[in-house]
Design a protein around this ligand. Structure first.
Ligand code: PEP
Length: 251
């Protein structure tokens, strides 16, 4: 069955010295029990540092985005093949900050997921509604539209995705979805996959929750049957709180 996965998203934070301390503390704090996986997604310039600090440990690392393009005249872009050379197992794609601040549309997110898969990585595909969309009763429509674009592009590799349900109103706000709210959307995502692609794929896809997860709310979230772990922003920047999140009870 699906294991639990906790992924830290450092966003645009870090520095050589503080990364050394954080990665070292994390490595010292974490031995993986069966069925539990941990990863950190760091800014591009620090991928080598994550690779050096975490190689040989049970902690994986990844990038926070990849280009949808394979290479060429795309100044400032970084390809999936490039980050894969630094041993990345994961690449976040379609984070709401990328969608809102950098204009990434569903088609671009789908192309990034395809690029990540082609480079041998697991894309962590972020989906989530804004507060206005939730209040308008459009949560499922929005989330499934975002996901459909990716699924149509990755086709048979669907089971290789991690989906991150991240309600936009809960990211970095201290306002978390209740376990019931989150489980309802996770269940809808899995249900849609089941209906269209069958039981095997629906059971295989990991769906993790993100949005102000911390060491106090993580247990109740990940104890829900369709919540397979967490994508953690702010609370992943401190080794002690992140280690407590990673050790969350799961049932
Ligand atoms: C995120 O960056 O994906 C995130 C969920 O951030 P935070 O945990 O800070 O809300």
């Amino acid at each position: 069955m699906r294991g639990k996965l906790v992924v830290g998203n450092w966003k645009m934070n870090g520095g050589l010295r503080q990364n050394d301390a954080l990665l070292g503390d994390l490595r010292a704090a974490w031995t993986a029990p069966p069925g539990r996986q941990l990863a950190v997604c760091v800014p591009y310039p620090y991928l080598w540092q994550a690779q050096a600090a975490l190689s040989g440990s049970a902690i994986a690392w990844g990038a926070q985005s990849v280009s949808e393009h394979a290479g060429g005249a795309f100044t400032g872009e970084v390809s999936a093949a490039m980050v894969a050379e630094f041993g990345c197992r994961y690449a976040i794609v379609g984070h709401s900050e990328r969608r809102a601040l950098f204009g990434e549309a569903d088609a671009a997110v789908a192309a990034k997921a395809v690029a990540a898969l082609a480079a041998g990585m697991t894309p962590i595909v972020c989906v989530g509604e804004t507060l206005g969309e939730r209040e308008a009763g459009a949560t499922e429509t929005v989330v499934l539209r975002q996901l459909d674009a990716v699924i149509a592009a990755v086709a048979m590799q669907l089971a290789a995705l991690v989906v991150a349900y991240e309600p936009v109103w809960a990211i970095g706000t201290g306002r978390t979805a209740t376990p019931e709210q989150a489980e309802a959307v996770h269940g809808a995502i899995r249900g849609a996959i089941l209906e269209r692609y069958g039981r095997d794929r629906a059971d295989a896809v990991r769906i993790i929750y993100g949005g102000s997860v911390n060491d106090e709310n993580v247990d109740s979230l990940v104890s829900k049957p369709d919540i397979d772990g967490a994508l953690v922003g702010g609370a992943s920047l401190k080794a002690d709180s992140f280690a407590r999140i990673v050790r969350a009870r799961t049932r």
